[in-house]
Design a protein around this ligand. Structure first.
Ligand code: NAD
Ligand code: MG
Length: 402
C-alpha cells in the first residue's frame, strides 16, 4: 500500500494569488477583502465590482489598488470617477464592464454578486478557465447544468463558498462518490422557527433581516427567514456534487455549528464544524487546497454544551416544497423559482407585500409558467426576465387588494 506524508495544510500560498472580487461591497465581498487585507503579501487584487455603494467601492479601490473598478449602475460612473480622481485606477460601469472585470487575468474570481445579476460575469470567468470561488448560489439554481457544461469545456474549477457546500466539499470523498449515502444540509431554521404561525403574516423586513447566527446581506437574510435559502441550497448541492436529488436531506440545527455532513454507506458520517463566520469557508476557497489562518474564533464546544437537531417544518416553510418540486421538474422551473423569489423579496423589503406573500408569489409564478427548457444562457436570461414580469403582475394584484 502506498503511503504519503501528510500535506502541509496551514501555510500561505506558495506564490501570491491574484484575486478579482465581484460584489466586493457586499457581505461576502467585504469578508473576502478582510482576509486579503490580513495577508497582503500573499494576495493581490485585480478587479473590484459594486453596485450602489460607490463610496465603499472607492475606499476599497484606494486600499487594494486593483487594475479595474466597476460599478454596475451606469449612472454612478461619474461619482466613482470623482472619488478615484488622482489615482491611475481604471474605472468602468455597466453590465459589459462587469463581464470585463471577470475576464481580466486573475488566479481566482470571488463570485459574490447577489442574484442572477452574477450569472453572466460568473460564466465569463468560467469561460476563461478561471478558478471561481462561488458564493452566488442563484447562478447554479438558474443555470446549473449549463454552467457545469461550460466548466467542463473550459477546464476551470468551482470552489463552493456557501458554508454548507463548503463544508460538504471539505468532507466529500470525490474518489468514491458511490459510497456516499446522502448529503445532510444543515439549516438554522432562521428567526421564525418558533414564531406562532398566526403572527407570521405581520413579520417586518427589519425582523426578517435579523438572522440569529449569521450576518449577511438583506436578500439572503430574507431567504433564510422564509427558508427559501435552504431550498436554493438544495438545488445548489444537486449541481455541485455527484449525487441524486433524493440523496439530499435537510436537517434543522439551530446552533449553526455543524455546517453540513456527508453520510457514507458504511455508516460513517463526516461533518465540518466551526463558529458561524463566513471567513472560514471564504478562506478555504481563497487559499485552496491549503488552509489559511483566519480571525474566526475557535469553536468552544464546552461552552456551547449542546447541539440540537429537528426535522424541517414543510408546512411552516412551503418554500422548501417549492424548491424541491422545482428541482424535480428541472427545465425552466428553478430559473422561474429564483426570478419570482428575487422579485418578491425585493417588494417585501420595500414594504409592498407581506412576509407570507413572498412564497405565495413564487408558487403562483411557478404555476403560471410554461417555458420550455433553456438550452443556452441567453434562454435562461429570457426566462428570468419573463418570470419577473409574471411575478410583478402577481405582486400588483396583491397590492391592489391591500
Ligand atoms: P450583499 O447584498 O451583501 O452584497 C451583494 C453584492 O452584489 C454587493 O457588492 C452589490 O453591490 C452587488 N450587486 C447587487 N446587485 C447587483 C447588480 N444588479 N449588478 C452587479 N452587482 C450587484 O449580498 P451577500 O450577502 O454578500 O451575498 C452575495 C451572494 O453570496 C448571494 O448570492 C448569497 O446568496 C451568497 N451567500 C452569502 C452569504 C453571506 O454570508 N453573506 C453566505 C452564503 C452565500
Ligand atoms: Mg448557506
Amino acid at each position: 500500500m502506498e503511503m504519503s506524508a501528510p500535506q502541509t495544510t496551514t501555510s500561505k500560498p506558495i506564490k501570491p494569488r491574484s484575486v478579482s472580487v465581484l460584489g466586493s461591497t457586499g457581505s461576502i465581498g467585504c469578508n473576502t477583502l478582510d482576509l486579503i487585507a490580513r495577508n497582503l503579501e500573499h494576495f493581490s487584487v485585480v478587479a473590484l465590482t459594486g453596485n450602489q455603494n460607490v463610496q465603499l467601492l472607492a475606499e476599497q479601490a484606494r486600499i487594494f489598488r486593483p487594475e479595474l473598478v466597476v460599478v454596475a449602475t451606469e449612472s454612478s460612473y461619474m461619482d466613482l470617477k470623482k472619488e478615484l480622481s488622482g489615482t491611475n485606477i481604471r474605472i468602468a460601469a455597466g453590465d459589459q464592464a462587469l463581464e470585463e472585470a471577470a475576464n481580466l487575468n486573475s488566479d481566482l474570481v470571488m463570485a459574490g454578486i447577489v442574484g442572477i445579476a452574477g450569472l453572466k460575469p460568473t460564466i465569463t470567468a468560467i469561460r476563461r478557465g478561471a478558478t471561481v470561488a462561488l458564493a452566488n448560489k442563484e447562478c447554479l439554481v438558474c443555470a446549473g447544468n449549463l454552467l457545469f457544461n461550460e466548466l467542463n469545456k473550459y477546464g476551470g474549477t468551482i470552489l463552493p463558498v456557501d458554508s454548507e457546500h463548503n463544508a460538504i466539499f471539505q468532507v466529500f470523498d470525490f474518489k468514491q462518490s458511490d459510497t456516499v449515502e446522502k448529503l445532510i444540509l444543515t439549516a438554522s431554521g432562521g428567526p421564525f422557527r418558533e414564531t406562532p404561525i398566526d403572527k407570521m403574516a405581520r413579520i417586518t423586513p427589519t425582523e426578517a433581516i435579523a438572522h440569529p447566527n449569521w450576518d449577511m446581506g438583506a436578500k439572503i437574510s430574507v431567504d433564510s427567514a422564509t427558508m427559501m435559502n435552504k431550498g436554493l441550497e438544495l438545488i445548489e448541492a444537486f449541481y455541485l456534487f455527484p449525487i441524486n436529488e433524493d440523496q439530499i436531506e435537510i436537517l434543522v440545527h439551530p446552533q449553526s455549528v455543524i455546517h453540513s455532513m456527508v453520510a457514507y454507506t458504511d455508516g460513517s458520517v463526516l461533518a465540518q464544524l466551526g463558529t458561524p463566520d463566513m471567513r472560514t469557508p471564504i478562506s478555504y476557497a481563497l487559499n485552496w487546497p491549503r488552509r489559511l489562518e483566519t480571525p474566526s474564533p475557535q469553536l468552544d464546544l464546552v461552552k456551547i454544551a449542546s447541539l440540537t437537531f429537528e426535522a424541517p417544518d414543510f408546512k411552516r416553510f412551503p418554500a422548501l416544497t417549492l424548491a424541491k418540486e422545482s428541482l424535480s421538474a428541472r427545465g425552466a422551473a428553478p430559473t422561474v423559482l429564483n426570478a419570482a423569489n428575487e422579485i418578491a423579496v425585493e417588494y417585501f423589503l420595500d414594504h409592498k407585500i407581506g412576509f407570507l406573500d413572498i412564497v405565495k408569489i413564487v408558487g403562483q409564478t411557478l404555476n403560471k409558467q410554461s417555458f420550455k427548457d433553456p438550452a443556452t444562457i441567453e434562454e435562461v436570461d429570457t426566462i428570468d426576465k419573463e418570470a419577473r414580469i409574471i411575478a410583478r403582475e402577481l405582486v400588483s394584484s396583491i397590492t391592489s387588494v391591500i
